[in-house]
Structure formats: structure tokens, C-alpha cells
Design a protein around this ligand. Structure first.
Ligand SMILES: [Zn+2]
Length: 228
């Protein structure tokens, strides 16, 4: 089902007596999770952050209920709010990793040598273990902010990987820092694909290869438990 069809179905569910407008749903490169909806002259226009373009259909449906309820000035169904909230809370690491990928301008990176982890060493270890040393070394650095929403970021235009300084702590498992680095390195290996105007950041080969990380399940579990 296309996203347009999801909106048509939800529209009909919320306002069965209204004629269905022409619907256009577009994903935009917002740097946040902003979404807009408006109904003008029989056209329903929805703009959603492309950070959500890979979200499962159930999540698209939940967001459709939330946005259309907002448009009709009514309370969105609780179950839908909960579903959407859960997706953001536990959901795709990719979403959290890429929230800032559209940042423009030159990036100031801080010294890769942190208090507990040296990103140069982490990079070299991952490159040797998983990539036969074939990933061309990017600029590496800790982010200035201790972001808990953006754990890592690969900036293709500057060939730079930034890792959130939040992870440079004694209690962060080493495998988790390695996992975030590995994930970002996969972005170097598997560039973004564009099909039909939609950007696919985590392609199927990307997802398959990501699971080869030795502590993949532990890393996912750690992420879900929530970072301190
Ligand atoms: Zn990613």
C-alpha cells in the first residue's frame, strides 16, 4: 500500500461523509521530525520528514491518524499515538543516527581521542575485522554535544564520521561504540539509493550486512534499554 493510500483510508475512516480530496504525501529532507498537513481547495497535502520514509506501514498509519486528527481538530486515537511514540522511542537506530545528516556547512569535530574510547583505534579495529581494511579512513571525531538522539553520523560531503560524545563514558560497553562506528562505516560502503524520488538510506544489503556485527543483538538491546 502506498502512503497516499494510507492517508485516503484514514481520511475516510475519520470523515466518512466527506468527499475524498486529492491526496499528495511527500517526504522532505527536514532535519527534525516535523510534519505538515493542510487541506486547501480539495487537495490534501502532507509533508513528512524523510527520516520517517522507511518507517513501517503501521507507523505511517499511526502518523496519518495523528496528522488528520490535528487537521480535524480532534483527539487522535490513543492507540495510534502510543504506536507512533513507541516507534520513535525504540525504533530504528537509523532514525536516531541520521537525524542530523542534512546539516550543512563544515563540521567541527573534536579530537577522536576521548576519555574512554579512541575513535581512531575503534575505526581501525572495525575496518580490519569486517572490511578487510578497505574502507578509506574518514575524518573521525566526537561530537561537540552529548546527543542522545543522534548517536553517530556519516557526512558524505566531508567524508567524516562523528560519534556522540555521550558514548564516551566508562559504562558504555565497548561493543556499543564499535557497533555505532560499524553502522556508520556501512554508510560509506552502501551509499544512499534514490528511487522514485524517495531516498533509501538503509538499503537491503546494508541491513543484511549490519547483522553480521558480532554483538548485533546485544547492541540493539542496549539501545532499547535506553542510554544514560
Ligand atoms: Zn544509518
Amino acid at each position: 500500500m502506498s502512503v497516499d493510500e494510507i492517508y485516503a483510508r484514514v481520511f475516510a475512516d475519520l470523515r466518512p461523509s466527506l468527499a475524498l480530496p486529492a491526496i499528495s504525501v511527500r517526504f522532505y529532507r527536514f532535519t527534525s521530525l516535523t510534519s505538515n498537513i493542510r487541506l486547501q481547495q480539495g487537495r490534501l497535502q502532507v509533508k513528512i520528514s524523510d527520516l520517517l520514509s522507511e518507517a513501517p506501514e503501521a507507523v505511517q498509519e499511526a502518523l496519518a491518524y495523528i496528522l488528520l486528527s490535528k487537521l480535524f481538530r480532534q483527539r487522535p486515537p490513543k492507540a495510534m499515538v502510543e504506536r507512533y511514540r513507541l516507534h520513535l522511542a525504540e525504533g530504528d537506530l537509523g532514525l536516531r543516527l541520521h537525524a542530523a545528516r542534512q546539516e550543512r556547512g563544515s563540521k567541527r569535530l573534536e579530537d577522536p581521542k576521548g576519555e574512554y574510547f579512541d575513535l581512531e583505534a575503534v575505526f581501525e579495529a572495525m575496518n580490519a575485522r569486517y572490511f578487510a581494511g578497505e574502507i578509506v579512513k574518514p575524518r573521525l571525531g566526537w561530537s561537540q554535544k552529548r546527543s542522545r538522539t543522534i548517536l553517530g553520523h556519516y557526512d558524505a560531503s566531508h567524508h567524516a564520521i562523528a560519534i556522540s560524545r555521550l558514548l564516551d563514558q566508562r559504562q558504555t560497553p565497548k561493543y556499543f561504540v564499535e557497533y555505532v562506528m560499524y553502522h556508520e562505516m556501512l554508510h560509506i560502503k552502501h551509499p544512499v539509493e534514490t528511487t522514485g524520488g524517495r531516498r533509501k538510506v538503509h538499503t537491503r544489503p546494508f541491513r543484511t550486512e549490519e547483522k553480521l556485527f558480532a554483538e548485533f543483538r546485544e547492541a540493539q538491546a542496549y539501545l532499547k534499554r535506553g542510554l544514560r
